[in-house]
Design a protein around this ligand. Structure first.
Ligand SMILES: Cc1ncc(COP(=O)(O)O)c(C=O)c1O
Length: 399
């Protein structure tokens, strides 16, 4: 049947994580595999109130088609938040509401990529971006992500070797590693991108979830290359309503994105936009975010401390300042795919590092999510994973 399908879809892989999530849907398994926010962080009753208010106040109007750009007061709210929190000069016309930031990635692919264009992403990089952009058949180039951001030498070499259409980055509490670019790294990247025609994409769904350290300026603040920010309510209000946005102050880019969005889905779910906006104006978002940060900080610290208790000493783990993930590096001779099998027998799951790489794939890395399990479960799961690692070391013969 393959002759029926486009090359584009035939060349695209299934989401590895979605496949793994199927395995972990078994209730007995402790899963650190998904990237799920903690459901206790969803403001369920406030959202129910917002739904009632919106419906009672507006009647049938909210069930009508709406504009592609999105609900204007919501776009104004988002623009204002960029002004207040980041000192950026952003206006409502610079915001396009999308169905999650994931749709933003797809629209970016549609607008910028021709087959075989070169693009730069982090190594390891966000799997969802790899998947979304793969459908436009670019050549991916990965640059190492280090403790303080992207490897600058590699970045410079890549920019000099080839014209890069895009640089896709997650500068805060990156998925999958939990790492954050330092101010110096952002500045250096921004300067290198200045006067290039590479489009800088900063995808920032976790930026508001900082539990240590200070907020840092976006890379775009140090550059005058064409740039785009992606944002989302998924991690600070709810992922299920699928409300995210694209922000760009370049009118020509925005015009093309709007055309692509029109062609894709006309507009993002209008009712959901109205409910989220009603929630935002009737509630204190800052207070809500501080509850989430407190919760995630405790969960992150619990996972790190259990790792120190149960894992052998030669295993490296990142120390996130926020977000939802930890990244573990095993000694080189150990395979995280083999560990996955042993861990499944002990009823604990994680994501092996493989799908976050393109080309040369290190075998010894893995991602752990700490936000969707309580502290007792985290300890129990990490104890099981520690057992699986000890078993793997025993089973792996080295010469
Ligand atoms: C880096 C990154 N970008 C985008 C997304 C997609 O988020 P959304 O729910 O806004 O589509 C995720 C989700 O986990 C993510 O980790």
């Amino acid at each position: 049947m393959n002759q029926l399908f486009s090359d584009r879809i035939l060349n695209s892989k299934k989401s590895f994580i979605r496949e793994i999530l199927k395995v972990t849907s078994n209730k007995d398994i402790i899963s650190f595999a998904g990237g799920l926010p903690n459901p206790i962080s969803f403001p369920t009753s406030a959202l129910r109130d917002a739904m009632t208010t919106v419906t009672d106040k507006n009647g049938s109007h909210i069930f009508q088609y709406a504009t592609t750009e999105g609900y204007l007061p919501l776009r104004e709210y988002i623009a204002k938040r960029y002004q207040i929190k980041h000192g950026l000069s952003i206006n409502a016309e610079d915001i396009l509401i999308t169905s999650g930031s994931q749709q933003g990635l797809d629209l970016i692919g549609k607008v910028f990529l021709n087959k075989s264009d070169s693009i730069l992403i982090e190594k390891p990089g966000y799997l969802g971006a790899i998947q979304a952009l793969s459908l436009y058949e670019p050549h991916f180039h990965q640059v190492d992500l280090l403790e303080d951001g992207v490897d600058l030498d590699q970045f410079k070499t890549r920019l000099a070797q080839d014209t890069m259409k895009l640089f896709y980055s997650v500068p805060n509490f990156q998925n999958p590693t939990g790492l954050t670019y330092s101010r110096a790294n952002r500045q250096a990247l921004g300067l290198m991108l200045t006067h290039t025609q590479t489009v800088l994409i900063e995808d920032d769904p976790y930026g508001e979830l900082r539990f240590f350290g200070e907020d840092l300026p976006y890379i775009q603040s140090f550059s005058n290359c064409p740039s785009i920010l992606l944002g989302s309510f998924s991690k600070i209000v709810t992922p299920g309503m699928r409300i995210g946005w694209i922000c760009t102050t370049h009118p020509q880019i925005m015009e093309k994105l709007i055309i692509a969005k029109q062609a894709s889905d006309l507009h993002t779910n209008y009712f959901a936009q109205r409910v989220i906006y009603q929630y935002l104006i009737d509630n204190n978002l800052e207070e809500h975010i501080s509850h989430i940060k407190k919760l995630y900080k405790e969960q992150c610290e619990a996972m790190v401390s259990s790792i120190h208790k149960y894992f052998p000493e030669n295993i490296k783990v990142t120390q996130p300042e926020g977000g939802m993930f930890l990244w573990v590096t095993l000694p080189k001779y150990l395979s995280s795919l083999k560990l996955f099998e042993l861990a499944s027998e002990l009823k604990v799951a994680f994501v092996p590092g493989e799908p976050f790489y393109i080309g040369e794939i290190p075998q010894n890395t893995l991602r752990l999510n700490y936000t969707n399990s309580d502290i007792q479960t985290i300890d129990k799961g990490i104890r099981r994973l520690g057992e699986a690692i000890h078993k793997l070391i025993k089973n792996t013969v080295t010469y």
